[in-house]
Ligand binder design. Sequence first.
Ligand SMILES: [Zn+2]
Length: 141
Amino acid sequence: MPTLALPLDHARLPHGLGAAVWRGICGKCPRCDGTRLFARFLKPVERCTTCGQNWTLHGADDFPPYVSILLTGHIMAPIMIALGQHQSLPTWAMMVIVVVLALTLLIGLLQPAKGGIIALQWWMGLNGFAPAPGRAEAEAG
Ligand SMILES: [Zn+2]
């Protein structure tokens, strides 16, 4: 099913890559900011009910987990160093804190990462979005 999104008031289009990605991170439609981007946890809606953009054209693949793991590692490293300096904290308590916090961050960052990557691909015209990149549409109006 090709792109063919509904015509949209130019003011509703994102004004730049950052705005489009932020909408995706927030789980909103990157094109119109009107409705949700995800039907389920990591499954995007087939089409936006407001603007008609087809969101099944993305090719995010394994990139969202990579981003989630990268961010989690950078957040967890100073926390693990700080926990390691507490001599009074038992090892088992440190392990519980680290595992629970790491899993929470990994899972919690997955959907925002995927939303941002879908928005990035749409804006840049990557994968199935090549016939109608978001940037070209925003700049044309
Ligand atoms: Zn939309």
